[in-house]
Design a binder for this molecule. Structure first.
Ligand SMILES: Cc1cc2nc3c(=O)[nH]c(=O)nc-3n(C[C@H](O)[C@H](O)[C@H](O)COP(=O)(O)OP(=O)(O)OC[C@H]3O[C@@H](n4cnc5c(N)ncnc54)[C@H](O)[C@@H]3O)c2cc1C
Length: 430
């Protein structure tokens, strides 16, 4: 019997909707299933996207004017080091875009869904919960789920793709193997969107401002859509546990404990509930098997410290679309296509993943004496060479494996140049 669809995709946010668009471009009959009803915020996610992600969205015709509607372009990032000391950093240019967005995820995800629906062979169902995967003769044949009417529905496809996020039902039902799991330095996060937050400075320019705290917490305030600001606290997981309060009360207390942050936030109004995640996991999963594949967070999930999750979701979806095309054209067997997909994803994401693990450890778990940390951070962020290299790294213009080699030399040079600058300033002052 001919299956109902060529591909069923479970999960309709960045990974699922961009995969559906790419497969729609190939003319495949695609069904995109999503539990939520858009526009709706995802369970958790803060909002940073950069130019390398936007470039992949251009490839599928997603309209920036729609997904970033009302959202200011962030061209400056500042690091507040305490005692009024701030270090600015201009967002690097990447293929004509010299900005990032702190997007409104509800708006962004809905726009990507609508973009997928432009393709005539793509069909979508929202408010549809997939409850099981159909396996027959050792091969996945489709899914079982239910829509708003709660009637069980059986849907079949040649290929079933789990783009259903960290807690992927598809991965769980198929016992997808976990790889490269790292739980040594877990972090937790709490965040909400606010209106009426004070600008970072007199310019009133949209900005992302990071505030360090010596006790394993970091704060990030990013100007977002329609005059809102995303106010995020991320830190060592143990700082969020065994506290007298939790959830909203803990979030507000943490904001109050950082005077510079509280000074900006206190006159504002919180416009979303407080959301967050405890002990955010870092892992990869096997890319798929007979009749199935995983993509996005379902396949690779990492700490949000670097804000690379949406990039990874859109990139893994792009790579899977390529693998599917080669397989359907008969140029690769399915096993080979999966192997190629896995290799491509690992080549593009794994070094970044390792870098992120190292950075979580060094920035949240390593406690330098406060004054030393401040001086080194000042030297680092005041160093034009280091800032230029870091900017190009974050926008993925420098591969992470090159950064791993470069980093020790860069740091030594930064400290030497910083020390020399300070010496020159002292001599000048005398
Ligand atoms: C605290 C936090 C902050 C983050 N900050 C950033 C950031 O600043 N920048 C960035 O790039 N990334 C960030 N990320 C990561 C980013 O949110 C994810 O990488 C990205 O959303 C992954 O996209 P996805 O499409 O794979 O999965 P998701 O966005 O998780 O979407 C999965 C979808 O599948 C649906 N679904 C799940 N199960 C079923 C089912 N059984 N039936 C039907 N539908 C189902 C869900 O409803 C959901 O809509 C952050 C993550 C966290 C946890």
């Amino acid at each position: 019997m001919r299956p109902d669809y060529d591909v069923i995709i479970i999960g309709g946010r960045p990974a699922g909707s961009t995969l559906a668009a790419r497969l729609g471009k190939q003319g495949l009959r695609v069904l995109l299933l999503e539990r939520a009803g858009f526009p709706e915020l995802p369970a958790v996610s803060c909002p940073m996207i950069n130019a390398s992600t936007m470039e992949m969205l251009d490839e599928i015709g997603a309209d920036e004017a729609l997904y970033a509607r009302g959202t200011p372009k962030i061209r400056r990032v500042v690091q507040a080091l305490g005692a009024g000391l701030t270090l600015p950093f201009d967002w690097p240019e990447y293929h004509g875009r010299d900005y990032a967005y702190a997007i409104d995820r509800a708006r962004f995800d809905a726009a990507l869904w609508d973009n997928a629906m432009r393709f005539p062979t793509v069909e979508g169902r929202q408010n549809f919960n997939v409850t099981d995967v159909i396996v027959e003769d050792g091969r996945v044949r489709g899914v079982v789920g239910q829509g708003a009417d709660k009637q069980p529905v059986r849907l079949t496809a040649t290929l079933t793709v789990g783009a259903d996020g960290r807690y992927s039902t598809v991965a769980r039902k198929l016992n997808a193997e976990e790889r490269h799991r790292h739980d040594e330095h877990p972090t937790s996060t709490l965040y909400a969107y606010w209106r009426g937050v004070q600008s970072f400075d007199q310019t009133g320019d949209p900005m992302a401002a990071a505030y360090a705290s010596p006790d394993g917490l970091g704060y990030l305030l990013m100007d977002s859509a329609d005059g809102t600001t995303a106010v995020i606290v991320e830190g060592r997981a143990d700082r969020f546990e065994n506290q007298p309060d939790s959830g909203e009360a803990l979030y507000l207390r943490m904001l109050r404990e950082q005077p510079e942050v509280w000074a900006r936030v206190q006159g504002g109004e919180r416009v979303t509930s407080v959301r967050g995640m405890k002990r955010i996991g870092n892992l990869y999963r096997q890319p798929g098997g007979a009749g199935w594949a995983l993509t996005g967070d379902a396949m690779v999930q990492q700490d949000p410290l670097d804000g690379q999750g949406i990039y990874n979701a859109v990139f893994t979806a792009k790579s899977l679309a390529w693998a599917i095309r080669e397989w359907r054209a008969g140029r690769m067997a399915w096993d080979e296509a999966l192997e190629w997909y896995d290799d491509t994803v690992m080549a593009r994401t794994y070094s970044m993943y390792r870098q992120m693990l190292d950075r979580v450890q060094s920035s949240l778990y390593t406690q330098l004496p406060e004054e030393t940390a401040r001086i080194v951070a000042q030297w680092a962020l005041d160093d034009p060479t280091l800032k230029a290299v870091m900017g190009r790294f974050i926008t993925r213009q420098i591969p992470a494996e090159v950064m791993r080699v470069l980093t020790p030399a860069l740091l030594v040079n930064t400290v030497v140049r910083g020390g020399l600058r300070q010496l020159r300033q002292r001599i000048g002052a005398r």
